[in-house]
Ligand binder design. Structure first.
Ligand code: PMP
Length: 405
């Protein structure tokens, strides 16, 4: 069978594969706890359900303009004005099938073969693969101190004449780090001056804890959207618990949006009208759902940090936001893939190996689930790894004895 070299080189999304593995184990009746999944448990907002149901009920479900329905674009414009203090024109907005497709369309539209894109470690797994899919080269920049906050000096050193874009995601998947405003100001200025696109993946921007403040990139540039290097990505998946609705969007210059619209019109034509109505409902309906989610995630963050602190040998950061934490498990193993597999087999807990995010020796744990699940999962992990805990544990109705990695 002929499969292209490029397609063969693309790895499966590890989080989606792990989800599938967990689902199959659950189907067999195994009491698996999934700390791998990157989605909140809350139901979609009622306003989203009602507005998509109303559209569906008309039976008149057709193509929409490739860049999105005018009314969803209007809702996105209002959202951008409220949250970013910028008023985009409709021509600055394009709706896609999730922020994932938005990011892919951006990269496809800006990269020539061999162009470089700077990705800051730890990074979301899909960035390097997407860059490669567009014949670009991901240049991974990791902070020298092994921490989660990037430094401008490292980025400057990694910039070359081939650097076309830098991707930043703050608050960050997988670390939960919120980059300081001073860093955002510096990188915005750097990209504007050097004419490098700054792709800002803001998908978690309202999930920020401890009264910290997320600041939009636009706060640090005077340029209007059409003359700026900023490309803003957002969507309804994370903040509104609408991962399955697949709606994301981009705010960028008219020229780039025009090109992305051509690309989208030749690939998916448009996203579903029904799902665009749902996103519009979410954006124009009651916003308390987002604050409720944020409060729940902050509480879960506090619990998981507390539990991990009593875990011998584990060193953990304290996430500033999102629903992920990236503790350092090197006291137990330097090989995160093996460790994650061990925890799945032994303790029936799904984690994501840090290696996938450019942070070997760490595991990403999602605390988007229930408190009970979180506590049980950490208890099982301690039992599997920590010699100071009891040698026996019940997993479901099975009594298990620890043996070693
Ligand atoms: N960016 C980041 C950093 C993410 O974590 C995710 C989802 N895991 C996405 C983008 C994609 O979101 P969507 O569901 O809108 O495609």
């Amino acid at each position: 069978m002929n499969i292209s070299k490029l397609a063969r080189s693309i790895a499966a999304s590890p989080t989606l594969s792990l989800n599938e593995e967990a689902r199959l184990l659950r189907q067999k009746g195994e009491p698996v706890i999934n700390l791998g999944i990157g989605e909140p448990k809350n139901k979609a907002p009622i306003a989203a359900i009602l507005s998509s149901a109303a559209k569906l009920n008309t039976g008149d479900v057709k193509y929409t303009p490739p860049d999105g329905t005018p009314s969803l674009k209007k809702a996105i414009i209002n959202y951008t004005e409220d949250n970013y203090n910028r008023l985009p024109a409709p021509e600055n907005v394009i709706v896609s099938a999730g922020a994932k497709q938005s990011l892919y369309n951006i990269l496809f539209s800006i990269l020539n073969p061999q162009d470089e894109v700077i990705v800051l470690a730890p990074y979301w797994v899909s960035y390097p693969e997407m860059i490669k899919m567009c014949y670009g080269i991901p240049v991974i920049v990791a902070p020298e101190d092994g921490g989660f906050y990037p430094r401008m000096a490292d980025i400057e050193q990694s910039t070359s004449s081939y650097t076309r874009a830098i991707i930043i995601n703050s608050p960050n998947n997988p670390s939960g780090a919120l980059y300081p405003a001073s860093f955002i100001a510096e990188i915005v200025d750097y990209c504007e001056r050097r004419k490098i696109y700054l792709i800002m993946d803001d998908i978690y921007h309202k999930l920020v804890f401890d009264a910290k403040k997320w600041a939009p990139g636009y706060a640090y540039t005077d340029r209007d959207i059409d003359n700026s290097m900023l490309i803003v990505v957002n969507g309804v998946s994370k903040l509104y618990g609408m991962t399955g609705f697949r709606i994301g969007w981009v705010i960028a210059s008219r020229r780039l949006v025009e090109v992305m619209t051509n690309v989208q019109s030749q690939t998916s034509s448009c996203t579903s009208m029904v799902l665009q109505s749902a996103a519009e409902g979410a954006l124009t309906g009651m916003q308390s759902i987002v604050e409720n989610l944020r409060l729940t995630m902050e509480n879960n963050r506090n619990i998981i940090v507390q539990e991990l602190k009593s875990f011998t040998g584990i060193r953990t950061n304290i996430p500033d936001g999102t629903f992920y934490i990236l503790p350092d498990f090197r006291a137990y193993s330097n090989k995160s893939v093996e460790l994650s597999q061990f925890l799945l087999r032994k303790a029936l807990v799904v984690t994501v190996p840090g290696k996938e995010f450019g942070m070997e020796g760490h595991l990403r744990l999602s605390y988007a689930g229930s408190v009970k699940e979180l506590m049980t999962a950490i208890e099982r992990m301690k039992w599997a790894l920590d010699p100071n805990t009891s040698n026996e544990i019940y997993i479901g109705d099975r009594k298990l004895i620890r043996d070693w990695l």
